[in-house]
Write a protein that binds this ligand. Sequence first.
Ligand SMILES: *Cc1c(COP(=O)(O)O)cnc(C)c1O
Length: 361
Amino acid sequence: MHLKSRITKLGVYQAGKPIEEVQKEYGLKKVIKLASNENPYGCSPTAIAAGNQFLNELAIYPDSNATLLKSKLASHLNVKETQFLLGNGSDEIIQLLCRSILHEGTNSVMADITFPQYKHNSLVEGAEVREIPLIDGYHDLDGMAHVIDEQTKIVWICNPNNPTGTYVNESSLRAFLNKVPSTCLVVIDEAYVEYAAALDFPQSISLLEEFDNVLLLRTFSKGYGLASCRVGYAIGNEKLMGSLNIVRAPFNVGRLSQAIATAALDDQAFIQETHIKNRTEMERYYHFCDQKGLAYFPSQTNFLLFEVKQSGEILFEKLLREGIIIRPGEKLGYPNYIRVTIGKKEENDIVLSTLDKFITS
Ligand SMILES: *Cc1c(COP(=O)(O)O)cnc(C)c1O
């Protein structure tokens, strides 16, 4: 049996190292994992309570249309219920978009470096991938607009960008959208939108009315702290969402996950607190970098990519032995950098004092 050769050429996704594995390998009791941008404060207690109630209903299939969750999202974001598509994480929506839109002879445009799933899924569909290098860690929107042609079917903007944490502001985004042909879908991945603090961060929901070819991607995995529930969603024009529903697996978002995500929306105080604590702790990392003279990318997310003046991979190994899991920059395109998820105060105390030992000023 042979898979399509373009698939066997690709690699399996490399997730952050699991806590259990590190504990066993290094004989450690306590391990701090700051590698996958999970919410260090967990999730809303309201969401957990809702989940508990549904544990008696595990025999029942989920609502295929996720009616309650969509209606909650619609009133929360002030758009129509029919403008949503729910996915098993936004990862699944990326896959769905590629499967539905791309094929051999088409191309998709993205930054280099950005979230790897855009490229991966484009290649699975046999599309050409046009990657435009970041400029100082920021999307080069002019460069991206320049390579769009009639065969460009999707442009991906990760905003804020993973792994750099940088963002595209409202006016640059508008200027870009005005240049993109209406036949090309612009996917704006806002996985970290709950963390964005910049005053000129795009008010993306209002762009949807102006630009029919814009699709927003959001998730409950990051700010809402529900990564294990696998709930992501797209917001876009009704016609496209309707068509994508044809490709979607009927029960792609579990019953428990729907209930938990729906309840999580009610607790905006949790999101607010997460946002504030994250900004406070982020400042400590900025301060550390400034003191040590390390370069970093100012971040609108809950992670920071910063210089460590040595191989990120080697520092990663040293930190593992101390029970700290982070992401080395090598695989993210920045060899002498590491990407650290901003943890809780107590976690950051340990991480910063450990880094202090390993990085000389
Ligand atoms: C984490 C992440 C996602 C995937 O989120 P899920 O909803 O958990 O699949 C998508 N895009 C970016 C940029 C991310 O960092």
